[in-house]
Design a protein around this ligand. Structure first.
Ligand SMILES: [Zn+2]
Length: 319
């Protein structure tokens, strides 16, 4: 029987992942819970013996604003709209450190033997927004590698593109900068070019999280190759946040994820679930109960079909 794999990647970013979308004002409690989620998730992953990739924004590893400035890349992006520049945004705002910096948590993640620190760029860099150029993207990756090497003594090998925006050019640059494993989007039309943010695509992505609208989300190992360069580790599904007012949505979402995992285990395929630690910020206990249900299901599939947990960089030896 072909082996099946369960992959989890988490985009660890705090407010660096949302500065262009949501005001930081009044978000202290949300991020306090998001921070609390990290050790709780690490304990859960240990309990279920899981290897997980934590794709971390480089800036998050600074201690404070002063240190943040010392890790600036040689070239900053010049987006046509300044809204997308983390540098411009933070220089104009007095956002509390607790919403932005978490070197302690990154060190804690790195101290767990089965957890992988991956890269989510240095500045939550949007490679498909107008004005982004190859030189500033390369400089951004180099800044991320620099802070991770200095703070954690690690070499990163996996990359998750912010907002899942990438192109053949940015994939090539990522490969040249030493990233051997990239998270890519599912193949359905409503995941193509997610930066254009069309309503129909958003509706299909939401609908498909409850009932099957698209293709099968798991895939065989041999689908992971690009023609050349890094390996792609396509996402299967985004683990959507808990909805307190519509319990049936949470139920359907969990059912859908578990059915997809079962199918992957049965067919000997890869299933890749992703979310953000800050998605635990509103309903920490409820969301951790949901994660535990998914992990219990994984354990059953592990026992029944030999499904294995794998971080993104774990595929190096297999593909
Ligand atoms: Zn992100």
């Amino acid at each position: 029987m072909r082996k099946s794999f369960f992959v989890i990647s988490l985009d660890f970013e705090l407010h660096w992942g949302r500065f262009d979308k949501v005001s930081a004002r009044g978000q202290e409690l949300y991020y306090a819970r998001a921070r609390e989620a990290v050790p709780r998730l690490l304990d859960l992953f240990s309990e279920f013996d899981l290897s997980v990739t934590w794709a971390t924004v480089g800036m998050l590893l600074a201690e404070n604003r002063e240190e943040w400035r010392t890790y600036h890349p040689s070239i900053q992006p010049l987006f046509n709209s300044e809204t997308y520049s983390a540098y411009r945004w933070y220089e104009r705002n007095t956002t509390p450190d607790s919403l932005l910096f978490a070197p302690d948590l990154a060190k804690r993640i790195a101290s767990y033997p089965k957890q992988e620190i991956g890269c989510h760029t240095h500045s939550h860099f949007y490679t498909r927004e107008a004005g982004a150029c190859n030189e500033s993207f390369r400089a951004d990756l180099q800044a991320a590698k620099c802070i991770v090497t200095e703070k954690l003594g690690l070499k990163m090998r996996s990359l998750v593109f912010p907002r899942n925006q990438y192109s053949p050019e940015t994939i090539r640059i990522a490969g040249e900068e030493g990233f051997d494993f990239l998270r890519t989007n599912p193949e359905d039309w409503y995941w193509r070019d997610p930066h254009d943010n069309q309503l129909a695509k958003r509706l299909f992505r939401t609908g498909d999280s409850m009932v099957p609208l698209g293709r099968k989300t798991s895939y065989p190992l041999d689908k992971m190759r690009f023609d050349s360069g890094p390996l792609k580790v396509p996402a299967s599904r985004f683990f959507r946040p808990f909805q307190p007012k519509v319990p049936w949505i949470n139920h359907m979402k969990l059912q859908r994820i578990m059915q997809e995992m079962s199918l992957a285990a049965h067919l000997g395929e890869v299933y890749h679930l992703w979310w953000h630690p800050h998605n635990h910020g509103h309903y920490l206990e409820e969301t951790l109960v949901e994660v535990r249900k998914v992990l219990n299901h994984y354990l059953q599939l592990h026992e029944q079909y030999g499904m294995e947990s794998m971080s993104m960089n774990g595929f190096g030896a297999l593909v």
